[in-house]
Design a protein around this ligand. Structure first.
Ligand code: F6R
Length: 614
């Protein structure tokens, strides 16, 4: 949700910042802008739309300089036009700022500045902050770093900001609270800053993840200086990045989403590798091991998340309850945090988040922590805010997910939740040794089965072509396939803009059945298992109303195959693991439909990958 990049050092800043902005475009693509300090001038270029527009617009302008800041925006305050694009300048055009987050009390600060005679050019909260910093600097005669610190003491809200100044060109000031910011420490005394490590990894692997209410002062050729907002100096904690550059490229695929769908055999394996052994019969999630007994004894486990990660939690609920007989509640983080929930020290709260930065999930976790609950995380991005505030957690190890629509992160989250459920079941004695081992070897076989489904791509593409012009779609599933139906519907709507809804199959007759006619595709998970016969009845109900049935069935299925318009077979699998397979055809269907409709698959309209505002 807005990406920020900055550089100060001995190299040309422009190419580094532009490349970095392209890597961060998944965070927002309403507008892009850059400010460069070059020989006493501060050159600012900004343009509505993607980074490519900015490149074109600035191509005949002065893009020199060894220090600069860049921003790719997901609009919050003010429409996405050139004026509201970042960087914003102070009224005297000495300061330039980029910001990711929301200044909640910007209105009252703005009123005060208006009363002092300032006039504003944009509708943004960021410009207000820039004016405030400059006003403090002028009134108190302080240097930039101190002015930023004093201004931030007045600010309520979330921010990752980077500020440069024409009159103090030797430094960059950066600060964060609730929005991510990473500093890369280059080899030649240069510094790279970004919302995540992807723009940095090409230049250095030594990074400092800034913490809340920290301010960094960076000068080329000097040591990084770090202060608390209370002005106490801190020692930066330098970490080694494990990210590899190839993981950030499309690797021959047309879209990141397609690459990430195809990576799932590997990402699922990476997720369980070293954490289980079917032959020897053990599961060990090192990160949470010492909290397992607490989970077993907990009043209840509350899983919190948003979007796709919330769907993974719903699968987790089925697994934890059925296998380990532990009471689980799944909550939307955004609702949970404002509902005055009853949380006690005997509760364990698990946050599930690909980015580890989702504002609502973070805030919900903080609330649970303040009430004394144990807080655990399942995150993909190493070093992310959620992974740092939790008591313990497990990474999903899916590798960077760049397509805005989540695919491999979902299957990795479900894999971690499966491992957790099995481990707890074993500890609690709610699973027999032979069942435990069978499920582990079934899990081991999942990557190969996912591969078999991916090989059905041509058939899935053919089916996608039949429904590319649909206006609505229904997704139905029962048990742990119900969240898969929700996830299928979300994938379709977010990248192809077709209205889609997921329902528990049996709920259809309580309302949605009224929508069914010959135009309505109904995607159903009808794999072998406890509810198979009941789902067959639901399919009959749809067929009786002339709806089109596209069913995901187990290899060799006869009954559904005889009545469905199309079937996609998936390999036979343990019922608890069906979500890991059944979701794959839905991902491919959505992908192909979106491509056929000429939609921007990797960067769907209005969306951003990392939602760091509430
Ligand atoms: C949908 C999607 C979103 C995210 C949601 C939570 O494809 O990606 O619904 O799942 O914004 O994000 P994380 O998992 O980063 O907390």
């Amino acid at each position: 949700m807005c990406g920020i990049v900055a550089y100060i050092g001995h190299k040309e800043a422009y190419p580094i910042i532009i490349k970095g902005l392209k890597r961060l475009e998944y965070r927002g693509y309403d507008s892009a802008g850059i400010a460069l300090l070059n020989d006493g001038s501060l050159n600012v270029y900004k343009k509505q739309g993607k980074v490519a527009n900015l490149e074109e617009y600035s191509s005949d302008k002065d893009r020199g300089g060894h220090s600069g800041i860049g921003h790719t925006r997901w609009a919050t305050h003010g429409e996405p036009n050139d004026i509201n694009a970042h960087p914003h300048l102070s009224e005297d055009e000495d300061l330039a700022i980029i910001h990711n987050g929301i200044i909640e009390n910007y209105d009252s600060i703005k009123k005060e500045l208006l009363s002092k005679g300032y006039t504003f050019k944009s509708d943004t909260d960021t410009e207000v902050l820039c004016y405030l910093i400059n006003d403090i600097r002028k009134n108190t005669g302080t240097k930039l770093g101190e002015a930023v610190r004093l201004a931030l003491q007045q600010v309520i809200g979330a921010y990752a900001i980077v500020v440069i100044s024409k009159s103090e060109p030797d430094k960059i000031i950066a600060a964060r609270k609730s929005s991510p910011l990473v500093v890369g420490i280059g080899h030649e005394g240069d510094f790279y800053l970004a919302s995540d490590a992807t723009p940095i990894v090409e230049y250095t692997k030594r990074v400092v993840y800034m913490n809340d209410e920290e301010i960094a002062v960076l000068r080329a050729g000097e040591e990084m200086k770090l202060y608390g907002i209370d002005d106490v100096e801190k020692t930066p904690y330098v970490q080694e990045l494990e990210l590899h550059l190839e993981a950030l490229e499309k690797g021959g695929y047309d879209h990141f989403m397609l690459k990430e769908i195809h990576e799932q055999p590997r990402s699922i394996e990476d997720c369980f590798r070293g954490r289980m052994n079917a032959e020897k019969g053990w599961v060990s999630l090192g990160g949470i091991k010492e909290y397992e007994q607490k989970m077993v004894n907990a009043n209840r486990i509350i899983m919190i998340a948003c979007g796709t990660s919330w769907h993974a939690c719903l699968v987790g609920e089925y697994l934890f309850e059925d296998l380990a007989r532990i009471n689980v509640e799944v909550e939307y983080a955004s609702e949970f945090r404002y509902r005055n929930p009853i949380i006690t020290e005997n509760d364990v709260v698990i946050a599930v988040s690909q980015s580890g930065e989702t504002a609502d999930t973070l805030a919900a976790l903080e609330l649970a922590k303040s009430k004394g609950a144990t807080i655990l995380g399942i995150c993909n991005v190493v070093g992310s805010s959620i992974s740092r505030i939790t008591d313990a957690g497990s990474y999903t190890h899916a590798g960077p997910e760049i397509g805005v629509a989540s695919t491999k992160a979902f299957t990795a989250q479900v894999t971690v939740l499966t491992l957790m459920a099995l481990s707890l079941a074993k500890r609690k004695g709610t699973i027999s040794e032979s069942e435990f081992r069978t499920k582990l070897s079934e899990l081991e076989a999942i990557p190969q089965k996912v591969q078999q489904i991916l090989e059905k791509n041509d058939k899935i593409k053919y089916i996608a072509a039949q429904y590319q012009n649909a206006s609505n779609a229904l997704y139905l599933g029962r048990g742990s396939s119900f969240p898969v139906a929700l996830e299928g519907a979300l994938k379709l709507k977010e990248i192809s803009y077709i209205h889609a809804e997921g329902y528990p199959a049996a709920e259809m007759k309580h309302g949605p059945i009224a929508l069914i006619d010959e135009e309505m595709p109904v995607f159903v998970i009808a794999t072998k298992g406890t509810s198979y016969e009941k789902v067959v009845s639901n399919i009959q109900e749809v067929k009786a109303r002339k709806g089109k049935i596209i069913a995901i069935v187990t290899e060799g299925d006869v009954q559904v195959t005889a009545i469905a318009d199309h079937v996609i077979e998936i390999p036979e699998v343990d019922e608890h693991l069906v979500p890991l397979l059944a979701t794959i055809p839905f991902q491919l269907l959505s992908y192909h439909i979106a491509v056929m409709r000429k939609c921007n698959v990797d960067q769907p309209r209005n969306l951003a990958k990392s939602v760091t505002v509430e």
